[in-house]
Design a protein around this ligand. Sequence first.
Ligand code: G4P
Ligand code: NA
Ligand code: NA
Length: 194
Amino acid sequence: MKVLQERIRQDGLILSDTVLKVDSFLNHQVDTQLALEIGQEFARIFAGRPVTKVLTIEASGIQFAMAAGIALGVPFLYAKKKKAVTLSEQVYSAPVHSFTRQETYQVSLSQKYLGPGDKVIIVDDFLATGAALLGLVDIVEQAGAELVGVGCVIEKSFQEGRGLLEQRGVRVHSLARISSMSPGEINFIEDEPS
Ligand code: G4P
Ligand code: NA
Ligand code: NA
């Protein structure tokens, strides 16, 4: 997605060879118009496949899942990282190991909102190690729903996430794929034909 790549070049802050900050337009302050365009791009990518729900994980996947849900005309759901008292009903849950925080947490989703017959796309802001997304794939499987594919806004292609998802047979579409970066330089893999 050209406009996204250009925005990353212009406003992204490359903190190191592995960490990109996009706080000013994607995941702290959010450029709402860009978020809507990202949702439309996901809808275009998955057009022709029936989709009943968009699934993400709190917090920074929410705006893109909502935008995709709007563009597709379906609800979106977000899995929670902390067990809320109001989640006392039956939940699907999966462990996620966060490499940045060196801890494992549970993601959970009420069984009321996903089940057999649902056709799901999973959306998130970053694809890095893939840990969070693999947890969501687990939840879709527990629900007996069909996983149509995964859409990520930014993929760090030099990390293992895409490979791990593809090993599970998951189709991954990322709007900006970073092949390498270092302070002052960023390189993208050109858009896959879709
Ligand atoms: P992941 O690939 O499954 O996302 O897992 P990882 O443990 O590698 O990443 C931990 C968190 O850091 C994730 O957010 C992920 O989106 C985020 N992240 C990974 N690489 C980058 C990066 O280069 N820049 C930024 N800004 N974030 C990155 P999270 O724990 O799910 O938290 P939230 O922000 O969604 O609440
Ligand atoms: Na995220
Ligand atoms: Na994040």
